[in-house]
Each structure stands twice: as C-alpha cells, then as structure tokens.
Design a protein around this ligand. Structure first.
Ligand code: HAM
Length: 425
C-alpha cells in the first residue's frame, strides 16, 4: 500500500488492466437489451429517502440496515440509491413515460450503494446493469427479460451458472399464503425486532440467517403451493416461453428476494464459482410498486445484474478474453524532428478507424521498441529521415517479428489488409 489516502472500505474500483473487463462486461450485457428495444435511462444516484422506504419496503435489510442516508444542506433526507427499480419508477411517473405505448422498456447501468459487511463479491459501492419493462403483464415479457440476462451471461462465455425461478402469485394467492404463514409463525418464540419484521412482511423470515429461525422455517408453508388457478397458469406460460427459446431453469420454491416489491414471477441467476455471494443477478415482477409510489396501477418486471460478481465469475471460469486492450499500430518517431510527421500520421490513421498509439517524450529507439512491445500492439512502424525521404517504411508484425516495406501514402489500406489477415490467422 502506498500513498496517504485509501478508498473508503468495501468499495469496488476498476483501473487498467481490469477496467477493460469492466467496460467489456457492460457492453456485452447491454447488447441483448438493445436488441430487444430497451432504451437507456440515466438517473441520479441519490433520491429522496422516502422513495426507497416506501418502494423497497421498511422490513427489508436493504432499507432498515444498509442505506447511506444523509441530510442535505436544505434539510432534506437523501439516500444514495441502493437499487435501481424505485428510481426508474419515480422517473416514469414523474415524466409520464407510461402515457405512451406500453410496455416502457428501459435499461440502466451504474453504481449502487449498500452499507453491507464487505467481503469478496459484496461491496458498499457496486455496479449493476438492469432493465425494466413497465406497463403490461404478459408471460412473454417475463421470458424476454429473463432471456436478456441469460444471453448477456452466455455472450461473456459464462457456463457455470443456473437460473432459478419461482412465482409469488397474484394478490389472492399471496393473501391465502400469508394467513397460513402468520399462523405458522405465531408458534415461534421471536424477539421483538423479528416479530415487528414478521408483522410487516412474514416472508422476510425465510431470509433470516439465524440457525434456529432457519430450522423452524424449513417446514413453513411455501407460497408456490398456494398459487390459484390463474397464477398457476401464468407461471406455466412463463416456463413454456422460456423453454421455447431454450433457456434452462430450475424451480426454487424457497427463493427469497431481498426487496419487498416482488409479485408473480421472480428469478435469480446463481454462479457456482463464487462462494457465499453466488447471486450474479436477480429480478422479478412488481405489481403494486408503481401505485405505491403514486402512479397508475401498472405492472412491471425487471432485473439487476451484479457487474462486479459477473467479472469474478468470468475470472473463476477463466473466460476473460486476453486481448481486451487492442492496438493496431504503434508509431515511433526517430528523433525530435519527425515527431510532427508521426503525430499527423497517427491522427490520420485514427480517423480511418485504427487504434493507434505513438511513442512520446525523447525515448531512444530501444526504449520505444520496448514500449511498443509492452503495449500489445499488432504492428509497429519507425518514422525517420530515411522513411520520409523515400516515402516508405518498414511495418513490423510484433508477434512474428517480420517486417514488410509499405508505401506511406497507402499505409491505411495496407494496414487494413494486414490487420484483416492477422485476424484470420
Ligand atoms: P438485488 O437482487 O438486490 O435486486 O440485486 C441484483 C444483483 O446486484 C445481485 O444479484 C448481485 O449480483 C448484485 N449485488 C447486490 N448487492 C451487492 C453488493 N453489495 N455487492 C456486489 N453486488 C451486489 C435489485 O437490486 C433489483 N432492483 C433488481 C430488479 C430490477 N428487480 C426488478 N427490477
């Protein structure tokens, strides 16, 4: 450790070379969302605290224990967003995005904040990629949303993960289950705090980490057994829609999502190479959320994928591509008087779409060649007196060490051919 200041405890940071993976993952996860028409929504990272207490639910750990909340200079209670769905819903309502064609399909990416105990894969500032499809309840939308996450993971080369799904049913199914669950829980000796939590949302007890509570909840009635005919049919339709696009899944009736707004289809992606923090993404449908936040009574579904954990999962599976930093050409001016010519050439080639770097400062040829080698560039080119006067230079293939003479005026087209050929090799 060097330097006087350190990052706050438990935050995830990305700098080269690992930041290249971060950029790559973001791009790959976004591609299937764009392909399905999910447009970008960019929102503030802080919101009124009440948005989360009402939206996410006071009985959740996220709201009761993990929020970064502070008073701003105007005396307002502000919270750094612990998740994305409540903010998206606030923006949809505030800007009337739900008054046009439905569903409203949005994607977002950015930092989120939870004051959790830091450990591998669990951070206080972490990154999510998320989508939300708002306004219609249709099993094909559920499968579309799940499919976007699945395809994103697959496009990164991930294999050792599984998709778990369940259904929390409609409000009638949940009410029937709640009655029996409350009856069941009333037989348990609970401390005051847990009792209050169970009163707010008895489902939270399934999420309790204490051994005695876990043991007791093992035989508790499961919501999946309480689905009425309509909810059962809906869940069956979601499953066949997933099957129709070859997405494997397992039904996990014990799944508990950590946020209160979920209804109907809920799901999690679990990776086997990550230890305790195995959830690389999760989401589900939320029927009452929009109305709770003062909007229309519209349904929605979405997910949040943990970018930090996805990177750990790729590293665990050994599927991080080795060529994420990509340079076509490294140009070395030979002496101070050729720096302008090199600078112009580099600029021109970049405008042709090549990734080009050049040697700066007054490094000698040996040092500059070393830098070219380290940069990982595919080709290098030295520009000096002889090259300028003859109008040709040696283009060196950095992996084979072979050089070919190229005409400087035709450098862009020659380079294009060479890059193409080395892509095929
Ligand atoms: P979530 O399950 O709380 O859902 O978080 C989604 C994902 O974010 C998790 O599966 C995990 O990969 C990642 N994650 C959560 N907390 C941390 C942490 N402390 N450190 C690292 N990664 C973390 C939501 O946030 C919902 N808003 C998802 C959603 C969208 N549901 C409907 N629409």
């Amino acid at each position: 450790m060097s330097g006087r200041y350190q990052a706050p405890k438990g935050v995830s940071e990305y700098f080269p070379p690992r930041s290249n993976i971060f950029a790559f993952v973001g791009q790959k996860l976004t591609a299937p969302a764009l392909a399905a028409g999910y447009e970008l929504i960019e929102l503030p990272i802080f919101e009124d605290t009440e948005l989360f207490t009402r939206g996410v639910g006071e009985s959740t750990d996220v709201v009761s224990k993990e929020m970064y909340t502070f008073e701003d200079r105007g005396g307002r209670s502000i919270t750094l967003r612990p998740e994305g769905t409540a903010g998206v819903m606030r923006a949809v309502i505030e800007h009337n995005l739900d008054r046009g064609q439905l569903p409203v399909k949005l994607h977002y990416r950015g930092p989120f904040f939870r004051a959790e105990r830091p450990q591998a894969g669990r951070y206080r500032q972490f990154y999510q990629f998320g989508v939300e499809a708002i306004g219609l309840n249709d099993p094909f939308i559920d499968a579309e949303v799940i499919g976007i996450a699945y395809q994103g993971f697959k496009s990164l080369g991930l294999n050792n993960f599984k998709l778990e799904i369940t259904s929390l049913g409609d409000s009638d199914s949940r009410a029937a289950h709640r009655t029996d669950l409350v009856k069941y829980i009333s037989g348990l000796k609970l401390d005051e705090e847990t009792k209050v939590r169970a009163e707010k949302n008895p489902l939270r007890l399934f999420d309790d980490k204490r051994a005695e509570v876990k043991a007791f909840m093992k035989d508790a009635p499961l919501l999946l057994d309480y689905l009425n005919a309509e909810s059962q049919e809906n869940f069956a339709n979601v499953q066949s829609a997933l099957q129709s696009i070859d997405i494997p899944f397992e039904i996990n009736p014990h799944m508990v999502r950590g946020l209160d707004y979920y209804t109907g289809t809920t799901f999690e992606f679990v990776h086997s190479g990550l230890g305790a923090q195995s959830g690389i993404g999760g989401g589900g449908r939320y029927d009452g959320l929009m109305q709770t936040l003062g909007g229309q009574d519209l349904s929605g579904i979405g997910f949040g994928l943990g970018i930090d954990r996805v990177i750990l999962a790729m590293e665990a599976e050994g599927v991080v591509p080795s060529d994420l930093k990509y340079i076509d050409l490294y140009v070395i001016p030979l002496g101070a008087s050729f720096r302008t010519a090199a600078f112009e050439m580099v600029n021109r080639l970049r405008q042709h779409g090549f990734v080009v770097e050049q040697s700066f400062g007054d490094r000698g040829l040996k040092g500059a060649m070393k830098a070219a080698d380290k940069s990982g560039a595919r080709f290098s080119l030295v520009l000096g007196e002889a090259e300028i006067s003859s109008g040709s230079a040696e283009l060196k293939d950095m992996s084979s060490g072979e050089s070919v003479s190229v005409t400087l005026s035709a450098l862009a087209s020659t380079l294009a051919e060479k890059v193409k050929a080395s892509n095929k090799a």
